[in-house]
Design a protein around this ligand. Sequence first.
Ligand code: FAD
Length: 507
Amino acid sequence: MVLFLTSLAIKLNLCFTSIPLSLTTIDLDGHLSFADNEFAAKDFGNQYSYSPLAVLHPKSVSDISTIIKHIWQMGPNSELKIAARGRGHSLHGQSQANRGIVISMESLGRQEMQFHIGNTSYVDVSGGALWINILHESLKYGLTPKSWTDYLHLSVGGTLSNAGISGQAFRHGPQINNVHQLEVVTGKGQVVNCSESQNTDLFHGVLGGLGQFGIITRARISLQPAPHMVKWIRVLYSDFSTFSKDQEYLISAENTFDYIEGLVIKNKKNLMSDWRSNFTPQDSVRSSQFISDGKLLFCLELAKNFNTEEIDLTNKEIQRLLSQLSYISFTLFTTEVSYVEFLDRVHSSELKLQSKGLWEVPHPWLTLFIPKSKINNFAEEAFGNLLKDTNNGPILVYPVNKSKWNNKTSLVLPDEDLIYLVAFLSHAVPSSNGSDSLDHILKRNKQILDFCKTAHLGVKQYLPRYNKQEDWMHHFGPKWEVFAKRKSIYDPLALLAPGQRIFRNVL
Ligand code: FAD
């Protein structure tokens, strides 16, 4: 046995110079893998790649605690860091650990979901569970989570570490505001339950905390009755201020839509004919004559949930709300889809892009929160001048009312009640030298950020990457002190989520 371990250690040392022998003998329910770990050095952003020494495939929460405790006991001189990896859909290597340990939360995600049905319904899920699976399981009980992301093949731990924002957030707040309780393994390997009434500081810290204070192993997600169907609507505007005024009206109107977002469209050919494959135009003649080429347009995207027996009432409500809006009259397009089809809409695009080899390309995304008072200023420069077209990825624009959001979490937002989320969801074409090349898009992103800075727009980035700690300090502003203090309490050796590059520049 000793001989076997020694020869294994020699073999591993030859391949991977610094795997501590103790890691190869650690007792786990799951297992550590030291080879074939390329997947853990990849993410959706496709711009950064750092190979881990090992990947943990945990079978239990105790596996995660054991590994963290083990590394914690190596003390401050150990270079080993630990990154939880949900779906690896981050953009800048945030779920990677250079020569460290990646915890593949997917193995834990297979644990059973436990539903509680009553006045306040909720489901207890693993931190590695995917939102799409939570949706399918909840629907078996006629229930659904309240707040979503636009794409559901993301993990609970991954979105709760950021915020989880979509067109429902104006009403319910982001996903981090729809969680009752968390189970977290801290940077010392302790397993802690936390909520608004228990270990509150950790609870608030972890929500939107970029994985810095602990690994979310379980979450209690708030549920509500699920609708069967969704009326999905798109209308167009040629003027940004009219478009945003209508968006702002809708997020505070009575009995309003259940989902409110918006898109910027520039130089997009065949816009209306693209829509025709999924939506029905109200005025087919005039909409078929509409030429969008070269114009800057804004698409308001809305959805209203309903059950089949309520269709007449729903249609009346929609008519009432639409009659208050000032869109280009013949650009109304509607369709009816199932609730699942609506929520999982981006997955259909994913499958199409995958079949063309366009999913695994670099994604230099830029997402900003912009105060309402500055949004017209931003739109004029960013959409009117800096943006040449929108053919390499959608650009989302929609307002949310911050008063519905819990400001005690780690998420950082601008200092106004009404803010806009603006997301440039670009993909780069690897072989290109033109406007769809990575270099070009990164340059445009920088121009946008430079403009925000020089015009003092008070913008905050969502899902950012910064190279220096002082940039993070600036990002967190007055919240930095609390954030850094929490790090010193819950992860004093800065073992967790090194890919965020906040506390130690190890990547
Ligand atoms: P990962 O990339 O695996 O991890 C992200 C970070 O969280 C890393 O730092 C990681 O270490 C940490 N982490 C992962 N799991 C845990 C855990 N259990 N405990 C503690 N830390 C953990 N976001 C929105 O808000 N709204 C959207 O509409 C939206 N749409 C998206 C659409 C697409 C196609 C993609 C690719 C991303 C989208 N995002 C959106 C961004 C997404 O929410 C984040 O990138 C999220 O982190 C991805 O989840 P993940 O499971 O892939 O996380």
